[in-house]
Design a protein. Structure first.
Length: 346
């Protein structure tokens, strides 16, 4: 049994704007950063929900904020086709370009997010490390994954792999050994690396997010986030060309060399290759968090990003994501109804 991101029995520039904010925390912009889309350069930020966190919700409009003329705009309520029923504890889906929020259920509720945590781990590493830098795997990295019965990239002590390859090991099989190695080197140590993660969360405006470690493993008084915050983070990640490539890769092969043995990692995200336009982003599971999924898809040139938290089975989170994407894509062609009221029930 492993927990996954922990298995238990089966188991540009918001990027540019965010990077500028993160610089003050001691993080630096990645060398691979690229220009942001016009909406981000105009000062667009992810939708701000006005209601109290943790209240019920479904298919609803959400007020937008920003300096690009979108202030006060809302998504058009759906009248012709009912929104899908989502059984997870929380869910959220929005259009990354316009900020239109199409679906919310308990979207501001603080919940554990399991290995969705590793999206932030990868983001922080990319702001410090060269992709070609080599990291030596320590016995403590391997022991960390085994002792916690966590998902593993199958690393062995003494292997030396590049940061680029280790990021695939973090994101595809959700390797706790790979995330521990990167945090140990670039913290240096897990506690200081986690502090960097929380500083980055504050800089990115993820005000309802707190990380307890770099991998999302359960801890007493552990970390939490919300569906909205994780959707915001997914947008930032997808604006980074390296993270976008990694998150959307179905299979990554590391050929054996004098420095390491061969590794083949398969992405745990079952949307890839099956759901039209799917781009990742990350799976997660612990007993406390349930089955979680951060997902995105390009539908007719529209980037739709969503999060499902606390589903009761692995397959159900993927079915929920599929239904949300299909449903929202059908509504996305409709312009926002600027006369709608402010939502208070996300």
């Amino acid at each position: 049994m492993q927990i996954g991101g922990i298995r238990l029995g089966a188991c540009a520039a918001l990027a540019a704007l965010a990077a500028l904010a993160v610089f003050g925390t001691g993080l630096s912009a990645p060398a691979h950063a690229h220009p942001a889309p016009a909406a981000a350069r105009a000062g667009w930020t992810a939708p701000t929900v006005t209601g109290a966190p943790g209240t019920a919700g479904s298919a609803v409009p959400a007020r937008l904020t920003g300096a690009d003329g979108l202030a006060g705009a809302v998504a058009r309520p759906v009248a012709d086709r009912a929104a899908p029923a989502i059984t997870g504890k929380a869910a959220y889906l929005f259009d990354a370009a316009t900020g239109t929020a199409y679906f919310g259920k308990q979207a501001g509720r603080r919940l554990p997010v399991a290995s969705l945590t590793k999206v932030m781990t990868a983001y922080v590493v990319l702001r410090q490390a060269s992709l070609d830098a080599v990291v030596r795997i320590d016995a403590s990295d391997v022991r960390h994954a085994r002792a916690n019965d966590a998902t593993s990239a199958g690393l062995r002590a003494g292997e030396r792999l590049t940061v680029r390859d280790l990021l695939y090991g973090v994101m595809l099989p959700s390797g706790a050994d790979a995330s521990h190695a990167l945090a140990r080197v670039y913290g240096p140590d897990a506690a200081r690396f986690t502090a960097r993660m929380n500083a980055a969360a504050r800089a990115l405006g993820l005000s309802l997010t707190r990380y307890a470690n770099p991998d999302g493993l359960p801890e007493p008084g552990g970390g939490y986030s919300t569906a909205i915050d994780q959707a915001k983070l997914a947008r930032v990640a997808l604006n980074d060309p390296v993270l976008r490539t990694i998150a959307s890769t179905r299979r990554h092969v590391v050929r054996a060399s004098k420095l390491h043995r061969a590794h083949t990692w398969t992405n745990s995200n079952k949307l890839l290759g099956k759901t039209p336009g799917a781009l990742g982003v990350k799976t997660g599971y612990t007993r406390a968090a349930g089955y979680c999924l951060s997902f995105a898809a390009d539908r007719d040139g529209r980037l739709l990003i969503g999060v499902v938290l606390g589903e009761s089975s692995s397959d159900r989170r993927f079915r929920s994501a599929d239904r949300l994407l299909d449903w929202a894509a059908g509504q996305a062609a409709e312009p926002p109804d600027l006369g709608a009221g402010v939502v208070r029930n996300l």
